[in-house]
Design a protein around this ligand. Structure first.
Ligand code: UDP
Length: 337
């Protein structure tokens, strides 16, 4: 069976990628430091606890498992924190990835699938955003991801690495089988917070601004189901099988946008509950509209997101949110994009 090393495989998107890999007949080997990841999320293959900054530890794991490819999710992903503590982001997201790539070169592992983000575009001047759009990130988190994309392009040209950057729009939802889902602390993302307001865990949902130039004044985002994201990683890895020395980037989104208020409405339908909201000032650095043009992923990877209806996306998140027992293992939460 072909093996894949999944860094950050105990995190939100990483664990869903492991499930998709197992479903496609691969063995995912999770490498995660559990600073934010959850041991309970590792369900489809071996687990190796370690830090990507520790090149020797990564080298040992690569030696032991000899994977055919690496999917790299381990990263810090709080935009606000990246502004106040950029060192943490450049050290881990950039330095950690360089360390991982060094170990891969040493062991001759040369297929690399990278968890990137639409935050590399900054404030777009064209929506939907095509993959060729200029990348001008407006915070250290986005810059750290763009830096790695540039490193990948250079490594592909110089070292023959096959490298794929997947730029996610808003990862959302949870495994439809209910085995894994989103679990961040602190939780900053919209859909989990809307659901917390539905259960009374939050007194109300804060809507960050209703004076944007959008249909209802609230920000519009492209919510892409995490299972569809996970599938794209498997397709990207298969695409790289015959492509040494190639760097490619793809946008992953549904290509349709939903406002914050539309998400609240969807959650009201799905939960059947009242969701109190309050309009509060804008959050710094929020572009008004981010919607993907995912043409390239559809054409080149043959990718077609399946869980695109917003009620289905919110519905799977709601099912996860209502899971009966607190999970065992590491009580800390996911770092991963
Ligand atoms: N948002 C909000 N209240 C919240 C969390 C998010 O109004 O409690 C808004 C946020 O301003 C953005 C959208 O919801 O316009 C999606 O935010 P999220 O943090 O989920 O993802 P981002 O787009 O920042 O990656």
């Amino acid at each position: 069976m072909k093996r894949v090393l999944v860094t950050g495989g105990a995190g939100y998107v990483g664990s869903h990628a492991c499930k998709a890999l197992a479903d496609a007949g691969y063995e995912p080997v999770v490498f995660d430091n559990l600073v934010y990841g959850h041991e309970w999320a590792v369900q489809w293959g071996p687990f190796e606890q370690g830090d990507i900054l520790d090149t020797q530890a990564v080298t040992q794991v690569l030696e032991r498992y000899r994977p055919d490819a690496v999917m790299h999710f381990a990263a810090y992903a709080y935009v606000g924190e990246s502004v106040t503590d950029p060192e943490k982001y450049y050290s881990n997201n950039v330095g950690g990835t360089l360390s991982l790539l060094r170990a891969m070169r040493e062991l001759g592992v040369n297929r690399f699938i990278f968890s990137s983000t639409c935050a590399t575009y900054g404030v777009p001047d064209q929506v939907p955003i095509p993959v060729e759009h200029e990348q001008a990130p407006i915070n250290p988190y986005g810059r750290s991801k763009l830096m790695i994309e540039q490193v990948m392009e250079d490594y592909a040209a110089a070292y023959g690495m096959g490298a794929c950057a997947l730029r996610y729009f808003n990862a959302a939802g949870a495994d439809p089988d209910g085995l894994i889902g989103e679990s961040h602390d602190p939780e900053t993302h919209l859909i989990p917070n809307v659901l917390r307001a539905a259960t009374g865990d939050l007194e109300y949902l804060s809507i960050y601004g209703d004076d944007y130039d959008t249909t209802d004044g609230t920000c519009v985002r492209d919510y892409i189901h995490v299972t569809d994201l996970a599938d794209a990683h498997v397709l990207a890895m298969q695409h790289l099988a015959s492509r040494e020395g190639e760097f490619a980037a793809f946008n992953l989104g549904t290509e349709s946008g939903h406002s914050v208020k539309a998400i609240v409405d969807a959650a009201r339908r799905v939960t059947g509950r009242d969701i109190p909201v309050r309009i509060v000032p804008r959050r710094a650095g929020d572009p008004p509209v981010l919607v993907a043009d995912a043409t390239l992923a559809r054409q080149v990877l043959g990718w077609a997101p399946r869980l695109t209806a917003i009620d289905d996306i919110v519905g799977t998140a709601w099912k996860w949110h209502q899971r009966p027992v607190p999970q065992t293992g590491n009580g800390k939460q996911s770092q991963n994009a």
